[in-house]
Design a protein around this ligand. Structure first.
Ligand code: ATP
Length: 138
């Protein structure tokens, strides 16, 4: 049995009607696993690695930038800012984004709460891209 996965980024569809056997991705508190026949639900998804087991058993890793997931009886739809497959990640760019965010964090004061959140999210996206490109999945 399998389910169909759609991933829609802000500027268009990234994955359309991909047949998968299993999806593991970051939820609001910890990992979420979705298998065929999962109950219908809507959930927030976090920034982190997403692992797909494709129909036939091949595993693929993606860097997910957070958003929402809708689980329906025959498929899953994820709405996200971005979702890169491991082979599409530019590691040098991610490392630069990581270094930039780390440096920026050190200059922030406690009153800059909104910017702190934005920079922390950027750091997490960069770390996820670096980990996913290296084949790491938590
Ligand atoms: P950067 O400062 O490197 O742009 P960012 O965190 O600002 O990093 P995002 O806003 O997360 O970048 O993403 C913007 C777009 O660039 C998205 O379409 C995303 O898929 C793509 N992108 C960002 N970083 C990478 C990367 N390292 N490799 C491949 N695509 C990336």
């Amino acid at each position: 049995m399998s389910l169909k996965l759609d991933v829609v980024e802000t500027d268009g569809a990234r994955i359309r009607d991909l047949e998968v056997e299993e999806i593991a991705l970051p939820g609001a508190d910890g990992q979420i696993g979705v298998l065929p026949m999962h109950i219908q639900m809507i959930s927030v998804v976090g920034i982190g690695p997403m692992r797909l087991v494709l129909k036939g058993g091949i595993t693929k890793l993606y860097a997910l930038a957070g958003g929402f997931m809708e689980v329906l009886h025959d498929g899953v739809r994820i709405l996200t800012e971005s979702c890169e497959a491991s082979e599409d990640i530019d590691v040098e760019r991610a490392q630069k984004a990581f270094d930039r965010a780390t440096a920026r964090l050190q200059t922030l004061s406690p009153s800059q709460e909104e910017e702190f959140k934005a920079v922390t999210a950027s750091l997490k996206r960069a770390q996820t891209r670096i980990d996913v490109a290296a084949g790491k999945f938590m």
